[in-house]
Design a protein around this ligand. Structure first.
Ligand code: SIN
Length: 326
């Protein structure tokens, strides 16, 4: 009988970071290799068969489309293997929500795919890495984890890729979900889902492309002028995401410049610079040709617009449907 296993794809981050001393505030991410991590996990008495591979040893601020492409390919191979129960990706927390959302949109939901990281380096006092990893194994081992898209496991919480964002720079409770909070609770020896799978049997929503069109995020600030829009367009951007005030607003000259860009075929998504909140469609969106980001914050709105453009979807009505989708 073939052995069932969980594929572990390592990219670095604080979960693999070390400071060399518990007294140091600074540390270097991505220092511990996957073999060392798995040998420490073996000491926890976890019974799952884990098969690891090192993809990168970076802080996640340095994640690139090339690394995403290699990781994505590895995920597809693992998903196609009948003996693979699920996938765990160890990842820095800074861009984990972006990798999670990109893969969520471009991989089928058939088997669990879990991102996991840590807020404290591996040799810090009270490090959270091994516990988060043990929790991720618990989720990957559960067949009921399928049909929920890509998940992120941190601080005993399970978040859906579409909802999750890093909301704090420090502390182990750094992640929050919006509009849903956690979709489940996990410890190394327990797992509770707060509801049934919501994406059962779904295939990939978009084809993955290593090279995607450039999409810029414009961060709104008091006194912002239309120059920022002109600069982004001059830089060759194919789409714009406004990280607007409150409900996705911006000064009138900026809105006018964005409407002109939209009329010239550069899609414009209105999102918000506020940490949490819906940006719903308004009557002006029809006249100005804007797309409302709904619950997606600027980084994920940018990825979704890139995916739409890369897959040839430029019609604002179809684009809005993609932003409206849960
Ligand atoms: C990183 O994102 O790689 C550094 C921060 C972290 O993992 O918490």
């Amino acid at each position: 009988m073939e052995v069932k296993y969980i594929r572990v794809l390592a990219t670095g981050g604080t979960i693999a970071g070390t400071a060399g001393s518990a007294m140091r505030r600074d540390y270097v991410p991505g220092q511990i290799g996957i073999e060392q991590l798995l040998s420490e996990v073996a000491g926890l008495g976890i019974s799952a068969e884990l098969v690891g591979e090192q993809f990168a040893s970076i802080g996640s601020e340095d994640i690139t489309p090339a690394i995403w492409a290699r990781l994505h390919h590895a995920c597809k191979c693992a998903l196609a293997d009948d003996n693979c129960l699920g996938i765990i990706i160890t990842h820095g927390t800074d861009t984990a929500e972006e990798t999670a959302f990109l893969f969520d949109q471009t991989l089928p939901t058939s088997k669990p795919i879990i991102l996991v990281g840590a807020m404290r380096a591996a040799d810090a006092v009270g490090s959270d890495g091994l516990r988060n990893f043990a929790n991720a194994v618990q989720v990957a081992n559960d067949p009921a984890s399928g049909g929920r898209g890509v998940l992120l496991v941190m601080s005993d919480n399970i978040f859906a890729a579409r909802d999750v964002r890093k909301a704090r720079t420090e502390g182990m409770e750094a992640f929050r979900g919006f509009p849903r909070g956690p979709v489940g609770h996990v410890t190394p020896n327990s797992l509770e889902w707060f509801g049934p799978p919501w994406r059962e049997g779904e295939g990939a929503r978009f084809a993955f492309h290593e090279t995607m069109p450039k999409v810029s995020i414009l961060f709104a600030y008091a006194g912002m002028s239309a120059d920022d829009v002109a600069l982004a367009l001059a830089g060759g951007t194919a789409g714009l995401v406004l990280a607007g005030f409150g409900h996705g607003t911006a000064p009138q000259p900026v809105r006018a410049a964005l409407a002109t860009a939209a009329a010239q075929g550069v899609p414009v998504v209105r999102s918000t610079r506020v940490d949490e909140g819906l940006v719903d469609r308004e009557p002006d969106d029809d006249t100005m040709g804007f797309i409302a980001a709904r619950a997606l914050g600027p980084p994920k709105a940018r990825i979704l617009l890139q995916l739409l453009l890369a897959n040839g979807i430029t019609d604002p009505v179809r684009a809005q449907e993609a932003f409206d989708r849960r």
